[in-house]
Design a protein around this ligand. Structure first.
Ligand code: MSP
Length: 637
């Protein structure tokens, strides 16, 4: 068995603040590395920020900041968030770090010297949003599928990476190692993509167009394409090529990404590694997308979920548990607070929380809180189902955790918790307690339950580290000792008799969603809002106009959205998240205020050309409108 484990998250773009999606991937990597530590493996866990490229320059400009001060600010937000989510990363890399830049230059030079980078003129379709060229077959109705915009035809001299040379090698590698890209659906997706000839990759951008990047070591008129720069973070953070960490951890590398960046990780990256003479990673673990109430999370709909809000309302461990339990790794999932509360009440408050407090309460009632001395024969007779169940659960759990099937690993643990709850009902310790002759049996039953809880406390540790520690403290285990080791968990009967255990605490209070008030935004969020001041020039770029609603209708399967036709400076369609507060028939004829120059986005398959302004409070949303009728299209000054 490998003794070493290296895991990475994508390095996140600093053009947006961290949200639920970023939190999910990072928690996945955290859970995986905590689990590997339980297995006694030496782990290294890397996350960080991706800070070069057009997108970043645009975002900095929008905030009226220089790229450098802007990336410093947002990168710091990511770095500050992770400890709040109990993320145990060992390093945080930034692509603006000098050591990273040196590695990018070194690898580029190496590949260039080997003849795999060439200079050529290229005319193609370029999407500025994606910062890449598209071939016509990748477009949908002639448009970039992500930005819903026709790419521009541009002609440029650039440097190209000869990916085509490695296509057959990559296909063979993926076939030879079936779990190189997992789950299987993503492996198949990459293989399907590789059925067509692979285009060489344009890896430079002329400085006349973009300066915020790493200068090519062999041509100072160009900067490096942001993906070529970013992917190398996985080796530069380890001190490639000579660093001891690189030697130790790289052979065991595993990446976690979502499906949106499968292609750069499943195709560009292994080929870059091969061309640079670096062994390829072990596994690419690809997960699906979190949507919100079945709609894509996006700033323009205003449905971006803030991880810290959820932590503040429901508690960190419950939040982490929900994310790991509700998303089948690899598939998309729809986030809703209702589902979170249901999961929390059923699995955490009821199944685990009740069992824990029930068992400890009985121990206090029948044995004054001390772990009883129990006769091994009795224990064997009365506890063998729980003991065998624990062994089996640990085996299933480990199998699923190794392949990142966290939802299945947790399902196995909760199956066992269910078994323990049934065991209590079947054994009825309160009946045994009535006859002194059955004290031996009662002791055996309670000891088995305590042992079962000990196993559970260990198994939940990667996902809910704080709850695991609370449980272990209440079970009299010294938190300083490695009670989380899977090997230790397996040895049944290790709680010392006579130990006085503290009284139970409620691990997870039940939540009544109706009474649960969302806490106001954190002080930090408020401060951030205040700090994000813009000047008149920046404000002037927002085109606010009055529009008249001419038609409104519900959108099937989108509970929150309405499709509106409005007359502004002409007819346009807007998809607005106001269905809970406004009936379509009450909107026709009303005047509203819209952001008229917002980049169009496709929502539920409908192109939305603008955004309505509304104010939200406890009672819901209220639309903003002029206080007398004005001409549709009138500009707001
Ligand atoms: N900078 C690149 C990655 C370079 S890695 C060498 C990038 N950054 S990103 O900020 O856009 O982050 C994308 C990643 O964030 C996804 O792959 C995923 O890990 C996470 N998520 C962002 N939104 C998500 C959801 N809605 N759902 C789940 N995860 C998502 O791409």
């Amino acid at each position: 068995m490998d003794r070493v484990f290296y895991i990475t998250t994508p390095i996140y773009y600093v053009n947006a603040r961290p949200h639920l999606g970023h939190a999910y991937t990072t928690i996945v990597a955290d859970v995986a590395s905590r689990y590997q530590r339980m297995q006694g493996r030496e782990t290294f866990f890397l996350t960080g920020t991706d800070e070069h490229g057009d997108k970043i320059v645009e975002a900095a400009r929008a905030e009226g900041m220089s790229p450098k001060s802007y990336v410093d600010k947002i990168s710091a937000e990511f770095r500050r968030l992770w400890p709040e989510l109990n993320i145990s990363n060992d390093a945080f890399i930034r692509t603006t770090d000098a050591a990273h830049i040196a590695v990018v230059e070194r690898v580029l030079q190496k590949i260039y010297d080997a003849g795999d980078i060439y200079f050529s003129e290229y005319e193609g379709l370029y999407c500025f949003g994606c910062e890449r060229f598209y071939v016509p077959r990748e477009l949908v109705d002639g448009k970039c599928p992500d930005h819903q915009k026709a790419p521009e035809r541009i002609k440029e001299s650039n440097y190209f990476f000869r990916m085509s040379r490695y296509q057959d090698w990559l296909i063979d590698h993926i076939r030879k190692y079936p779990d190189f890209i997992r789950p299987e659906r993503y492996r198949n997706e990459v293989l399907a993509f590789l059925r067509d000839p692979l285009e060489d990759l344009c890896i430079s951008r002329p400085k006349s167009r973009l300066q915020w990047g790493i200068t090519l070591p062999f041509d100072s008129n160009y900067v490096t394409y942001v993906w070529f720069d970013a992917l190398l973070n996985y080796v530069s953070a380890l001190g490639y090529p000579e660093g001891p960490r690189f030697r130790k951890f790289w052979p065991y590398a595993q990446h976690v990404v979502a499906k949106d960046i499968l292609k750069p990780h499943g195709i560009y990256w292994p080929i870059m590694l091969k061309a640079a003479g670096i062994p390829v990673y072990r596994h690419l673990n690809v997960h699906g997308y979190w949507n919100v109430d079945r709609t894509k999370m996006s700033k323009s709909i205003g449905n971006v979920v803030e991880p810290l809000d959820l932590k503040n309302i429901y508690g960190l461990d419950a939040f982490r548990f929900f994310l790991m339990r509700d998303m089948a790794f690899g598939l998309d999932s729809s986030f809703s607070e209702k589902a979170l509360v249901e999961r929390l009440n059923a699995d955490l408050a009821n199944d685990l929380g009740n069992l824990f407090s029930r068992v400890l309460a009985m121990l206090h009632r029948y044995f004054k809180g001390r772990v009883p001395e129990s006769d091994p024969a009795m224990c064997d007779e009365f506890g063998k189902t729980l003991c065998a169940g624990a062994r089996q659960t640990i085996a299933h759990y480990a199998q699923h955790m190794e392949t990142m099937a966290f939802h299945s690993a947790l399902a196995a643990v909760w199956e066992y918790i269910g078994e323990m709850n049934r065991y209590v009902d079947y054994m009825m310790p309160w009946e045994l307690a009535k006859s002194p002759s059955k004290e031996g049996q009662l002791a055996a039953v309670l000891c088995s339950l305590l042992e079962g809880l000990r196993v559970v406390s260990g198994l939940i540790y990667p996902v809910m580290p704080a709850t695991a520690a609370t449980m272990q403290r209440h079970l009299g285990l010294d938190a300083g000792k490695p009670f989380y080791r899977l090997s230790t968990l397996e040895s049944w009967g290790c709680l010392p008799a006579g130990t006085l255990l503290p009284k139970a605490v409620s691990l997870f209070p039940r939540i009544d969603i109706k009474q649960k008030k969302r806490t106001p935004p954190s002080a930090r969020a408020q401060e951030e809002t205040r700090k994000a001041e813009i000047d008149l020039e920046a404000f002037g770029r927002v085109d606010l106009r009055v529009a008249t609603v001419t038609h409104a209708e519900a959108i099937p399967k989108a509970k929150k959205l309405l499709k509106l036709q409005v007359d502004c400076d002409g007819p346009r369609t807007i998809v607005a998240g106001i269905a809970k507060d406004y009936a379509p028939q009450n909107l026709v004829g009303r005047q509203v205020v819209i952001v008229a120059n917002l980049k169009p986005v496709k929502l539920m398959g409908i192109l939305s050309q603008g955004m309505l302004l509304a104010v939200g409070d406890d009672k819901g949303l209220a639309l903003i409108h002029p206080d007398r009728e004005v001409a549709a299209g009138a500009s707001i000054r």
